[in-house]
Design a protein around this ligand. Structure first.
Ligand code: HAM
Length: 424
């Protein structure tokens, strides 16, 4: 076990990142756009603990999935409870549903950090952040259409256009078992052609092999039958309705037979949005699907569900590639320069902010020159100077910083209204 570091340079853990201003402003924009969109569709924010009993993920996500087997952050608390940091949001939301039994249809949205002990690289982190929705309590394919189109609308509303939607059906407990048997039989004859990791997993999780990105597995599975050709009639008609509905709303969805997804709770519809401008290993900017057995697996009554999760970091990488969501020029309108000290500047800043103007000030009684430098660096459009002359005349000097650098003196009592006019 690696113990506490003794170096003096403490840094964030490997694969985890700080988001500082002004980059954090883009996060605020993304989160606000998402909240606005999903709340218009009737989803309510749910906040739940970051730590869960480890059984929530073992039973919910599946103990054979990579996320649980290899990537989960596990810990014991001082009372000896076996807990885990959540690797995703869905299992926790479903645990909360089972615990509180809200009325169905239940529509929840969330923003959560997610922890996965992966090999860090561009677009793949050990702590990432997801925006997601979960809709519980209906089998209706209209719910699938609503969920998928909501994610698609979100990308559009951010201006991210180069996005591909892939879709598949995982079948259900009626049709999937016989397909899995068929896969096992076919794959056991070609075990030696599979990659090192998967040659031993034919019996345990043959579907996962379809998702393997290694060339050996892709070749060895190229001619395998597709699950969508083995669906029962209910699953087949559900899938057809979802595809029709999406097309109807103008969302083009391409069927991808390999889209089995990394979490084992999925039934019927699965989908993924990939950014065409990003490298294929990290281009999934969102994904989800139906999980009609998950509520029961976590001890609740049979209740179908569907949802998606969108990774904020990857979304921003895609936005960078498309040149949308630029960093803000400035977060301040006005910089108050105080050369006299005391109540004048204090009152002025307070009043400006009360009237909705973004105002900051300097501290520590610096020289006019030093404060002007700070004002220019702040990105503010105007400096408001309170010096000895202004103090005597009960006035304030307003100096334009970005345009012609003109200045004008205004009675202190009129400054707020004057600035409101100037800033529009
Ligand atoms: P997921 O596909 O594992 O699904 O993750 C959702 C999204 O989170 C991915 O599409 C990607 O954008 C982002 N993501 C995942 N892992 C990482 C990582 N290591 N670094 C950066 N970003 C990452 C789920 O988590 C499901 N809970 C989605 C869902 C909701 N299914 C039904 N409801």
């Amino acid at each position: 076990m690696k113990t506490e570091t003794t170096t003096t340079n403490l840094v964030a853990p490997v694969g985890m990142h700080d988001v500082l201003y002004p980059h954090s402003v883009r996060w605020e924009q993304v989160i606000a756009t998402f909240a606005n969109l999903v709340e218009r569709a009737g989803f309510g924010l749910v906040i739940s603990p970051l730590l869960e009993d480890i059984a929530v993920f073992n039973r919910g996500i599946g103990s054979e999935s990579d996320v649980v087997r290899k990537e989960m952050y596990e810990l014991s608390d001082r009372g000896g409870r076996h807990l885990a940091l959540r690797p995703e949001g869905t299992a926790s939301i479903v645990r909360a549903f089972v615990q509180h039994r809200p009325n169905i249809v239940w529509k929840a949205w969330y923003l959560t950090p997610a922890f996965r002990y992966e090999r860090p690289q561009a677009g793949r982190y050990r702590q990432h952040h997801q925006l997601g929705v979960e809709l519980l309590g209906t089998h209706d394919p209209e719910a699938d259409i609503e969920i998928i189109s909501l994610a698609g609308s979100f990308y559009r509303s951010l201006g991210i256009k180069k996005v591909k939607l892939s879709i598949n059906s995982m079948g259900d407990s009626q049709c999937r078992p016989s397909y899995i048997e068929l896969l096992k039989n076919l794959l056991s004859e070609r075990k030696e052609q599979l990659c090192k990791e998967h040659e031993h997993r034919v019996e345990l999780n043959p579907l996962r092999i379809l998702d393997c990105k290694r060339e050996e597995c892709i070749q060895a599975t190229a001619d395998l039958p597709h699950l969508i050709d083995h669906l029962c009639s209910d699953c087949a008609s559900h899938f057809a309705t979802v595809q029709e509905g999406l097309a109807d709303l103008g969302f083009e969805a391409e069927v991808n037979h390999r889209l089995v997804r990394g979490l084992d709770y999925y039934t019927r519809t699965t989908f993924e949005f990939s950014a065409l401008m990003l490298q294929s290993a990290q281009n999934a900017i969102g994904g989800g699907g139906r999980y009609d057995g998950l509520v029961e697996a976590l001890g609740g009554p049979p209740t179908p569900g569907i949802g998606f999760g969108i990774g904020i970091e990857r979304l921003l990488l895609a936005a960078d590639e498309e040149g949308v969501l630029p960093l803000p020029e400035s977060s301040t309108d006005v910089f108050v320069i105080d050369i006299v000290g005391g109540h004048r500047a204090r009152t002025l800043v307070h009043e400006l902010r009360t009237h909705g103007i973004r105002a900051i000030r300097s501290f520590d009684n610096r020289s006019l020159k030093a404060q002007l430098k700070l004002a220019n660096r702040s990105g503010a459009r105007f400096a408001l100077i309170v010096g000895p002359d202004e103090d005597r005349a009960e006035a304030v000097t307003i100096k334009a910083l970005r345009e012609d650098e003109s200045q004008v003196s205004i009675k202190a009592s009129l400054v707020t209204d004057y600035m409101k006019g100037l800033l529009g």
